[in-house]
Design a protein around this ligand. Structure first.
Ligand code: PLP
Length: 459
């Protein structure tokens, strides 16, 4: 059983063995009950230490993919029910809760756990626990912790967003930001424009509040301006929600010329622009934000995609008047953001740990993006606008039969994203969201190679 472990990769060897074993089990179609080669044999063939292979096997036992035999060795376990996660939540028709949770989530919306760095976060948590009694026990203020808001303002300067403290409000992630905007500024029966493809949770949020959705096609340079103008003229929408940079799911970013024309259209037709920029810190080059060009744009940010989505801290930048209204709704609906989480984040921003973390993440993503684009090119996949930053590539296989692509994914232990969830009306686009951070995973490589059109298929 050859595992192809990459000793230069940032992914720890034991994790690579786990991933490779899962892939080997799937690709060799080892049925439940089949016996794995011995730990010693796997270690010898792959020039690994027995203790690393043993650790990997024990992890797979804990995950329910292997079962230990009484005396020695392992067999492939029957698949156990897995907990529904966001891949299921976004409505992947192929999501099968009976599949092992070890599957590689190729379309995941966040960095994988193996990329996470906990030392600085643990330090900041200890620091707040030790030195900040208010952070441990009190509510935060309506606008949010002042020292956090000052740090966020500093982070916004390189993006050319220069505002004072009265124009910034902390939120429990971008999700609360979007929710506050919808609650405070829209009412049931209003209509707004969203992007197609776009962020499915936003579609659901708007529908929850009785707001109707109009969809504008997203091109690799931003929204289709002609289509946007027609929607503005014919429907007079109240707002336009745009994920401007490193867009979810296409990974593409707004071109400067499109940004200017979009703002002109919005001003002319009195449409409020809401700029969701949650992937901002994963850039490779900074682009001009809509909020940097026009003070009336409402800007939504978050630390979920870089630091951790568990802290739930994000923010909104808007005019002072809008911020006041949003802060009021925030206090009525939640009594504010967790002061503890705000203090932890403020500590990481102030001591420079966050800045260094995102530098490392960008560097790694840039390398992986190039590797993934190459993999896709070799497998002859069609790529929607080659992204230069962020977490995603939007692509589709040229293999004629989508069912075959899904079957190959299943065989390689890969869970694909939904092809319908990113479309506001649920139409099947055939495109896949691919998480750049999966590029180094042997299961992803095996999957793309298997979907090369003229390659004989193993069925
Ligand atoms: C475009 C977009 N906006 C908002 C969010 C929500 O972010 P948060 O975790 O900060 O609430 C996400 C998360 O996936 C997203 O992709």
């Amino acid at each position: 059983m050859e595992l192809r472990i990459d000793r230069q990769a940032m992914v720890p060897v034991v994790q690579q063995i786990v991933d490779a074993l899962v892939c080997a089990i799937r690709c060799n179609q080892m049925m439940p009950g089949a016996r794995l080669p011995s730990v010693r044999a796997i270690a010898r063939i792959n020039m690994l230490s027995e203790s690393c292979v043993l650790q990997a096997c024990e992890r797979l036992v804990a995950q329910g993919a292997l079962e230990p035999l009484q005396r020695t060795g392992y067999i492939v376990a029957a698949p156990a029910p897995a907990v529904l996660d966001d891949a299921g939540w976004i409505g992947d028709a192929e999501y099968d809760p009976c599949r092992s949770s070890c599957d590689l989530q190729l379309g995941a919306g966040s960095l994988p756990e193996s990329w996470r760095e906990s030392d600085d976060l643990a330090y900041a948590i200890r620091e707040v626990s030790r030195t900040d009694m208010a952070g441990l026990f009190n509510y935060s203020s309506g606008l949010g912790l002042p020292r956090l808001r000052q740090q966020v303002l500093k982070c916004l300067k390189p993006l050319d967003i220069h505002v004072d403290e009265s124009r910034i409000l902390t939120t429990a992630g971008a999700s609360q930001g979007l929710d506050l905007i919808v609650r405070a500024l829209l009412k049931p029966g209003d209509c707004v424009v969203v992007e197609n493809p776009g962020y499915p949770v936003l579609f659901a949020l708007l529908r929850l509040h009785g707001v109707s959705l109009l969809q504008v096609p997203r091109t690799p340079l931003g929204p289709d301006l002609a289509a946007l103008e027609t929607l503005f003229v014919e429907h007079r929408p109240r707002a336009f929600f745009i994920n401007s940079f490193h867009h979810n799911p296409t990974g593409t970013s707004l071109a400067p010329e499109v940004a200017k024309q979009l703002l002109q259209l919005a001003t002319e037709h009195d449409v409020r622009v809401i700029e969701d920029d949650v992937y901002a810190d994963l850039h490779s080059v900074c682009g001009k934000r809509l909020a940097a060009l026009d003070d009336n744009v409402i800007y939504v940010g978050s630390y979920s995609k870089t630091l951790t989505s568990a802290l739930r801290v994000g923010f909104i930048v808007a005019t002072a008047e809008t911020i006041e209204r949003l802060a009021e709704v925030k206090m009525i609906t939640s009594m504010g953001v967790s002061r503890f989480c705000e203090s932890v984040l403020a500590c990481l921003l102030a001591n420079g740990a966050y800045r260094k973390l995102v530098q490392r993440q960008r560097q790694r993503l840039n390398n992986d993006r190039l590797a993934l684009l190459q993999l896709l090119e070799d497998a002859e996949w069609e790529v929607f606008g080659k992204p230069v930053g962020g977490l995603f590539i939007w692509a589709r296989s040229r293999m004629a039969d989508c069912a075959q692509v899904r079957a190959q994914a299943r065989r390689c232990g890969v869970l694909l994203s939904s092809t319908t969830a990113f479309c506001p009306d649920g139409a099947d686009s055939g495109w896949q969201r691919i998480n750049v951070a999966c590029a180094g995973d042997p299961r992803a490589r095996a999957f793309f190679q298997a979907t090369t059109p003229d390659r004989p298929q193993a069925f």
